[in-house]
Design a protein around this ligand. Structure first.
Ligand code: NDP
Length: 327
């Protein structure tokens, strides 16, 4: 049988953590033959540590055959020790009256510390996924704080936007989500993201040709996907934690086990592709194989798409400028 791998999760006692840990432990993320050791991080606060204890009791009570160990930590240097995968979920939410600059600064502090800790103690091949918002910028900060690790190992979650877009397109075309291929989402995990179905197919047919309605694209589809998180909070009174956790599982599974030639969306540091300045963590179409992702290159960017990409890029550059002095 396989040797266990180490999976670190931060913010482990939070809402997303609660929807995520049980699925990692059951083998949905890394395969039904891959034992895992969970290395869970929560803030030192007594309430959070107690909540984490409760979650661990439940993990024990699931008697998952693949769960080879569970650790609870309040220090990232311990939580990230030798870790092969790190899911950075915990982040500082925007409090009442909190300015954007304060939010960026609070998160810069968290992700600088976590990047440094990963740099010091994680596996040299660690695969990092940032879920905590602002996810792209937090991933950028962690990456910049970990100069001894490959920059390409730091990624941000755009997969929820991708999955939301797939679901809207399946409904619109009357086909199944599983039949949709070559969809992508460019840019920031925020309402400025650009979900792009120009290349997408369903059952081999062009989705753009099937829908043939640019007004629907610009005025219904993009706002629906972009504001889906807010719509769920309005309906449920709570955030979209389960679908966020599901997207995190999808992202890591495809990165680790491969996408079989299919496109998926990941937020990854640019190497200058599509004119995105190097280092910016940006949503791109990628394919994955043997534990590596590759940005799909050579796609045509039309005027409407360029405008959308410029807008989400400008937002990301604004966030990056806002944290520059903190790095
Ligand atoms: P959640 O588990 O619901 O969310 C955690 C983070 O994920 C937030 O930044 C949230 O962003 C982000 N997120 C990304 N996509 C989504 C989505 N689709 N729906 C909802 N959230 C999304 O938060 P909780 O408050 O329940 O739990 C967070 C835990 O992290 C707490 O237990 C806390 O103790 C811990 N924490 C750890 C910190 C640290 O490591 N230093 C700092 C702060 C908290 P958004 O805020 O935009 O919804």
């Amino acid at each position: 049988s396989k040797k266990p791998v180490r999976v670190a999760v931060t913010g482990a006692a939070g809402q997303i953590g609660y929807a995520l840990l049980f699925r990692i432990a059951s083998g949905e993320m890394l395969g039904k033959d891959q034992p895992v050791i969970l290395q869970l991080l929560e803030i030192p606060d007594e309430k959070a540590q107690n909540a984490l204890k409760g979650v661990i009791m439940e993990l024990e009570d699931c008697a998952f055959p693949l769960l080879a160990g569970i650790e609870a930590h309040s220090d990232p240097l311990q939580a990230f020790k030798d870790t092969d995968y790190a899911l950075l979920v915990g982040a500082r939410p925007r409090g009442p009256g909190m300015e954007r600059a304060d939010l960026l600064a609070a998160n810069a502090q968290i992700f600088t510390a976590q990047g440094k800790a990963l740099n010091a103690v994680a596996s040299r091949n660690v695969k990092v996924l940032v879920v905590g918002n602002p996810a792209n910028t937090n991933a950028y900060i962690a990456m910049k704080s970990a100069p001894d690790l490959p920059a390409k190992n730091f990624t941000a979650m755009l997969r929820l936007d991708h999955n939301r877009a797939a679901s809207q397109l399946a409904a619109k075309t009357g086909t199944k989500v599983g039949d949709i291929k070559k969809l992508t989402v460019w840019g920031n995990h925020s309402p400025t993201m650009y979900a792009d179905y120009r290349f997408a197919t369903t059952n081999g047919q062009s989705i753009k040709a099937l829908i043939n309605d640019q007004v629907w694209n610009a005025e219904t589809f993009l706002p629906t996907v972009g504001k889906r998180g807010a719509a769920i909070i309005a309906a449920r009174g709570l955030s979209s934690a389960a679908s966020a956790a599901n997207a995190a599982i999808d992202h890591m599974r495809d990165w680790a086990l491969g996408s079989n030639g299919e496109w998926v969306t990941m937020g990854v540091p640019s190497n200058g592709e599509y004119g995105i300045p190097a280092g910016i963590v940006f949503g791109f179409p990628v394919t994955t194989e043997n534990g590596e992702y590759k940005i799909v290159e050579g796609l045509e960017i039309d005027a409407f798409s360029q405008e959308c990409i410029n807008k989400t890029l400008a937002e990301l550059q604004g966030e990056q400028d806002g944290v520059k002095h903190l790095l």
